[in-house]
Design a protein around this ligand. Structure first.
Ligand SMILES: O=c1ccn([C@@H]2O[C@H](COP(=O)(O)OP(=O)(O)O[C@H]3O[C@H](CS(=O)(=O)O)[C@@H](O)[C@H](O)[C@H]3O)[C@@H](O)[C@H]2O)c(=O)[nH]1
Length: 416
């Protein structure tokens, strides 16, 4: 029996999912090292926006965790997709059992902002994944890789199909009659960001088959909530909270908008149905994935990391009923279906023992309270989503923009 703690590298451990995951794994007894180039903080500078919650420097975060838990977390400042030799040396030096890979630009609107943002997202994300896979091979070590992927690889036009976990059963005609096969689910990304995750999936297929790498790809839905058991322990451990039009995700945005008295920004009819998961379940799922890796020689293990599907307008209604907020239907900057159904299989995590947190009012109030507590840090001019997917959407935004601001800084609402 192994007595030393399991070792894990958390790439992208400074981000919204990475930081609470690093803390959770450390609390569970894993020996954690964060690898991050702090790019998310630099993008805040570029966009001239900041996390609603006052996040601390990496040094302060790690010091606070040591004080609170008595446990050490290591930190290496590195760009995963650019510093190959350092990455190989780090893996050889630390001999991790697992690597969790969050080190990608994760916002669809940011990836669609301009040509430069498309190039950056493709370059950063695909190189990070390829460098990591090649580095694991180069190290000669048997390291399990768990990657944070997205539900968005499936697309949202699956016409009532219960979306399986990564692989689709198909019947093909052969000379001996019909035969069943399982193929990788056909990718159908809705943004450059989502497209990079579909490319990652191909890299995983190749390295698993060619080099026998053990890989888990977690197809995660939209995360909501802000805090986990560990980030709540001390204000210095607080997680980031994005509310701006590029990085804020829909439910957290609605809860924040309600808290600061800004009408809820439903894109189009709000008939878009998406998969959701609470941040506490995210960290639990990553732990479950690390504790249940595929065997060497197995195909890539793909799990749908979501707990429930909801329609955007239903979420807006729930938040409005809870808080009294107004709901505005605004022109949709995205090239996406106005209405879609979404039924998703998540049997594997349930079989591993996940007891999903659902959209209970109590937890939504928790987020609202955080938003209220830090409301004075909000810059309301950063709330509208202004990154358009294409010229047609950009024109629709421009032509329908009718500022109703009565004073500087008040909501610049677009009416449909
Ligand atoms: O103020 C808003 C913001 C968004 N939406 C709509 O809400 C839906 C979801 O948007 P989102 O920004 O919450 O989520 P998305 O861009 O899909 O991306 C997020 O969720 C993905 C999971 S999934 O959506 O692909 O399942 C992750 O991969 C990404 O990293 C994460 O940023 C979209 O139809 C969008 O048009 C609104 O109606 N109003």
């Amino acid at each position: 029996m192994r007595l030393s703690p399991m070792r894990v590298l958390v790439l992208g451990g400074d981000g919204f999912c990475g930081w609470p995951t690093a803390l959770h794994l450390s609390a569970q007894g894993w020996d954690v090292t964060i690898v991050d180039n702090l790019s998310r903080r630099n993008i805040d500078n570029e966009l001239e926006v900041q996390s609603l919650t006052p996040i601390r420097t990496m040094g302060e975060r790690i010091k606070a965790w040591k004080e609170v838990s008595g446990r050490d977390i290591g930190f290496v400042n590195m760009t995963v997709g650019k510093e190959f030799d350092r990455l190989v040396a780090l893996i050889r030096d630390l001999t991790p059992d697992s690597v969790v890979h969050f080190a990608e630009q994760r916002a669809a609107p940011y990836s669609m902002k301009s040509a430069r943002h498309k190039l950056y997202t493709v370059d950063n994300n695909i190189n990070a994944t390829n460098h990591l896979l090649a580095a694991i091979v180069e190290s000669g070590l048997d390291v399990h890789l768990a990657h944070l992927g997205t539900m968005g690889v499936y697309g949202y036009g699956t016409a009532g199909l219960r979306i399986p976990e990564g692989y689709l059963k198909v019947t093909v005609e052969t000379d001996n009659g019909p035969a069943e096969q399982e193929i990788l689910f056909p990718p159908n990304p809705g943004s450059i960001y989502h497209m990079t995750k579909t490319q990652d999936a191909l890299l995983f297929q190749f390295y698993a088959r060619n080099d026998g790498l053990r890989i888990t790809d977690l197809h995660q839905g939209i995360v909501w909530g802000a805090q986990t058991a560990e980030t709540r322990l001390d204000e210095r451990l607080i997680n980031r909270f994005d509310y701006d039009g590029d990085y804020g995700t829909v439910l957290n945005r609605f809860l924040m908008q309600a808290a600061v008295g800004y009408p809820l920004t439903v894109h189009g009819s709000g008939g878009q149905t998406r998969a959701f998961i609470h941040i506490q379940d995210t960290v639990r799922c990553v732990e479950l994935a690390l504790n249940n890796p595929p065997k060497r020689g197995d195909r890539v293990k793909i799990l749908n990391q979501m707990t429930e599907s909801r329609r955007v307008r239903d979420l807006a209604r729930m938040v409005a009923d809870m808080t009294g907020a107004e709901v505005h239907n605004v022109p949709n900057p995205r090239q996406e279906a106005d209405e879609n159904d979404l039924v998703v299989a998540n049997d594997q995590f349930r079989e591993l023992g996940l007891k999903p947190i659902t959209l209970a009012e109590g937890l939504m109030q928790d987020v609202t309270e955080i938003a209220r507590r830090y409301a004075e840090r909000a810059d309301l001019s950063r709330i509208p989503c202004v990154s358009a997917w294409n010229q047609r959407r950009a024109k629709a935004l421009e032509s329908q923009a009718r500022p109703c601001a009565s004073s500087p800084g008040s909501p610049n609402i677009l009416t449909a």
